[in-house]
Design a protein around this ligand. Structure first.
Ligand code: SPV
Ligand code: MG
Length: 433
């Protein structure tokens, strides 16, 4: 009996998979290499179901003889282990970023008996189409909330986009682009920024917009999106008040809250010491973290502690000391902030933190140190990169220019090239017709 190897994620098992498995079964005994979460991360394709659930489904299929774990996107380890006579795959990977894995298999079979069998990709039943259809149905509160932890466990460095209304939410949900490496990339989640939510409501970023108003924005965003959201809760207020915020965020389906270690009247961090801002004591902030963790009901919600030591020029040692203390107090992650253009202090912090702590998620907000790419952050061990204010900063100048042009020209003709066409806006949101 010949041995046949098929590698799958098998999150949403569909006719395309069955076509591949049928071909495989016609050639011999089928081993499925089921991708672990880490391997899925390498392919930037994170399943909704965990490994055991996906395995359970495959194991009952008569087309499948055994299921083994494939812990890397590369097939090589599995090929060495089971030495299959055939590998079966859809032919779509000839043209996408997975061609490097395909080439590895072709090279492997130059020195080993066997061959790669490719079958025609089914355009009408591909994974992306199905995922799109499912996303249109929405997502449950708990599934959205737990998604952030799943994404983090996959080991990929998450790209999070600021959203201050539902329209931005749609951009975070749907924007996709091909990188210079040929990889298809999308945002992994959304950031509800105190700066841009306040600014879009015409208020200063000083905790003047209350949680109810902030959550109205979040709910509007959640109505039209499925991706997880990280919520900027400023200082979190008094520990007793923070407990209520945690409960409200959990109820809404928010995945994580970030609170910063400042007290009193909070000002935006990018002012640094140009304005008067007070950092909390380590004890005071640890108490707030513990209060939040104790109030939390769901297992998946995350409380991330934001360290303002570099912003307030209290030094690297203070930043690190606080990071370790906050993790000890129960924080599920740390965010380190800087307002310098030069990323060295951020890189130094992450390197030093990672010597002692290899696992706690680290979050950065590269508004000032914007020359660093997501890949470079990934290399030093950053888990979450938040693009914290760019949607609002992009929208405002566009709107102001058009408003000024109308005033200046006493008509809107000159402003037209800077506006989306009426045809486009009418078709932007499905169901408008
Ligand atoms: C925000 O987006 O509101 C933040 C990040 O807190 S920063 O503006 O850089 O402080
Ligand atoms: Mg903020």
């Amino acid at each position: 009996m010949k041995r046949v190897y098929v590698s799958l994620i098998a999150d949403l098992l569909h006719a395309g998979h069955i076509k591949v498995l049928k071909k495989a079964a016609s050639l011999g005994k089928v081993t499925v290499g089921l991708l672990s979460l880490k391997a899925c991360g390498e392919l930037n394709d994170i399943p909704y179901l965990d490994y055991d659930k996906r395995k359970e489904v495959l194991e009952v299929l008569s087309l499948v003889d055994e299921v083994i774990e494939q812990n890397e996107a590369s097939y090589l380890e599995s090929l060495k282990k089971i030495n299959p006579d055939y590998v079966v795959h859809g032919d779509d990977w000839k043209y996408n970023f997975q061609k490097k894995y395909r080439n590895e298999i072709i090279n492997y079979y130059k020195n080993n008996d066997g061959e790669l069998v490719e079958i025609e990709y089914s355009q009408d039943i591909n994974n992306e189409n199905i995922k799109e259809q499912i996303a249109k149905q929405g997502i449950s509160t708990t599934a959205r909330q737990s998604r952030l932890r799943t994404l983090l466990k996959s080991g990929i460095t998450l790209k999070i986009l600021e959203v201050h209304n539902a329209l931005c939410g749609l951009i975070a949900e749907n924007a996709s682009e091909t990188t210079i490496d040929g990889e298809n990339v999308t945002f992994d989640g959304m950031w509800s920024s105190s700066l841009t939510d306040s600014t879009s409501k015409g208020k200063p970023d000083i905790e003047a917009v209350d949680t109810t108003a902030r959550l109205t924005t979040v709910n509007e965003i959640f109505e039209v999106t499925t991706k997880p959201l990280i919520y900027d809760a400023d200082t979190g207020g008094k520990p007793e008040h923070f407990e209520f915020t945690v409960r409200s965020l959990e109820r809404t389906g928010v995945s994580a809250v970030i609170i910063e270690d400042k007290t009193g009247l909070k000002k935006n961090s990018l002012f640094g010491n140009d304005v008067s801002q007070t950092q909390d004591t380590i004890e005071g902030f640890c108490h707030k973290i513990k209060s939040g963790k104790a109030a939390q009901i769901t297992k998946d919600f995350m409380i991330i502690a934001r360290i303002e030591s570099l912003i307030l020029e209290a030094g690297m040692d203070d930043a690190l000391k606080r990071a370790f203390a906050y993790v000890e107090a129960g924080a599920d992650g740390v965010m380190i902030h800087s307002r310098l253009k030069d990323p060295s202090e951020i890189i130094e912090f992450v390197n030093k933190f990672r010597i002692e702590d290899k696992t706690t998620p680290v979050v950065v907000v590269p508004t000032s140190f914007n020359s660093v790419t997501t890949d470079e952050f990934a290399k030093i061990g950053v888990n979450v990169v938040i693009y914290a204010n760019h949607m609002l900063r992009a929208a405002y100048p566009g709107m102001m220019n058009v408003a000024q042009s109308i005033l200046k020209n006493k008509r809107s003709l000159e402003a037209e090239p800077d506006c989306m066409s009426i045809k486009k806006i009418l078709n932007l949101i499905p169901g408008t017709k």
